[in-house]
Design a protein around this ligand. Structure first.
Ligand SMILES: Cc1ncc(COP(=O)(O)O)c(C=O)c1O
Length: 420
């Protein structure tokens, strides 16, 4: 039952605890909705990446959950940061991530962002458009990658697919070759290429084909430009289990399969082995997170549908409404009770699409119950809104029986403060 929850999840006495803190204590101390991150799980997953690719730069993809405390934890384990805006760069710098471990992305970087990347001494700026070559050089950027679009359709939702033909990200091969040539002429150190095919990948197949594609592209580079990539950035993408049917590969197996394939292909083609960059987001922070909600209205709407309304919803987790992401839930203080039937968990927002969990077996929910949704550390708060003028939730990091606030709950007064 707790397979989708963080490593430290426990069900003693029928109550969920995380990092040794019972959910009743978390809710009483910090209110709901509340994003709870397990420090041990976070670190274990970061270490798994580091151990699977000890020579690579592992740059945590800040977009998954931009949080200074999380970045500090990860930086202490040697991880870097992949940032795609000035804001994310500022978070990484605030956490003390050294510039030499920062990779700067963005499909529409402003001059200000390029200058900030240069000032931060970012290890790599990933060029995403041909006009970025001159603009990056003018901004003082020195070392770059070029993001290439292989035209591969990753087996994931269209909204999180990024390397298909016609993608807004990266450059098609011909344009990428031009950008590499232009970058070198402009005096940039064009260190290599970047390929990221999408997020929530549940097998290694597409990622491996992207590596094969990159190897073939490296051969084209050698033939056309007399240049081969010294750095290969394979992006992120490894999926996680949000529901029992999703069975992602382990981090070790995913990274091992990619690194092995790169070695094999590069040797086969007689290319000098590149140094690697991984940019995992979801697979680092996603499984470490659980969102706690308080149940309010329970409403039987039809023969087949009973709604369980919670005190958050699409404002703190837009993924189900945005692209049909599937989630599950438990009644966190009634884990030892038998299910009474299927229930559908909705939020409190003024949209019929504000559904968090479509049909989950629960004991009969009652007002005041705590409902926990696992695997919600990534792309939830990161994508949160204040729709319906609902302030965004707090986040806590739990470990050894203690909960530390790592992001304060927003208040209505703060929302009002923006009004004129
Ligand atoms: C360039 C790049 N790198 C890394 C990631 C992180 O992906 P994930 O969270 O699936 O690991 C993304 C997310 O889409 C991305 O666009």
């Amino acid at each position: 039952m707790l397979a989708l929850f963080p490593d430290t999840a426990d069900a003693a006495g029928g109550e969920l605890s995380l990092g040794g803190v019972p959910v009743s204590r978390l809710a009483a101390g910090h209110a709901t909705p509340l994003v709870v991150l397990c420090a041990e799980t976070l670190r274990a997953r970061a270490r798994a990446y580091r151990d699977a690719a000890p020579d690579a730069l592992v740059a945590y993809s800040v977009k998954a959950f931009p949080n200074v405390a999380v970045l500090r934890e990860l930086a202490a384990l040697g991880l870097g940061a992949d940032v795609s805006t000035l804001g994310e760069l500022s978070f990484a710098l605030a956490a003390g991530v050294p510039g030499e471990r920062i990779v700067v992305h963005g499909n529409n970087k402003s001059d200000e962002e390029l200058r900030a990347a240069a000032e931060a001494g970012a290890r790599l700026v990933v060029l995403d458009a041909e006009d970025e070559v001159e603009r990056a050089a003018a901004a003082g950027v020195t070392r770059v990658l070029v993001r290439v679009t292989p035209g591969i359709d990753a087996d994931t939702h269209a909204a999180i697919r990024t390397a298909h033909a016609g993608s807004k990200f990266g450059l098609p091969p011909e344009a990428a070759l031009r950008a590499i040539r232009a970058g070198r002429s402009a005096g940039l150190d064009v260190a290599g290429i970047h390929v990221h095919i999408g997020s929530q990948l549940l097998d290694t197949q597409t990622a491996r084909s992207s590596v094969d594609w990159a190897a073939a592209f490296a051969v084209d580079c050698r033939a056309e430009l007399g240049w081969t990539p010294a750095v290969l950035n394979v992006g992120g993408g490894l999926g996680i289990a949000h529901v029992a049917e999703e069975r992602p590969p382990a981090i070790r197996d995913f990274v091992g399969a990619l690194a092995g394939r790169i070695r094999h292909e590069w040797e086969l083609l007689g290319l000098p082995l590149p140094s690697l960059v991984f940019e995992p987001g979801r697979s680092v922070v996603g499984p470490a997170g659980v969102t706690l909600y308080r149940v309010g209205v329970v409403k039987r709407a039809s023969e087949s549908t009973t709604w369980v309304a919670v005190d958050g919803g699409m404002s703190d987790n837009p993924r189900p409404a945005l692209y049909g992401a599937r989630l599950t839930a438990v009644l966190a203080e009634r884990l030892d009770e038998e299910p009474a039937g299927p229930y559908t968990v909705c939020g409190k927002h003024c949209e019929s699409g504000d559904v968090l969990v479509d049909r989950v077996s629960l004991p009969e929910p009652r007002r005041g119950d705590l409902l926990a949704v696992p695997a919600t550390g990534a792309y939830t708060l990161a994508m949160a809104s204040t729709y319906n003028a609902v302030p965004r939730p707090a986040a806590v990091l739990v470990e050894k029986g203690e909960a530390r606030v790592i992001r304060r709950r927003e208040t209505v007064a703060e929302l009002l403060a923006h009004e004129t």
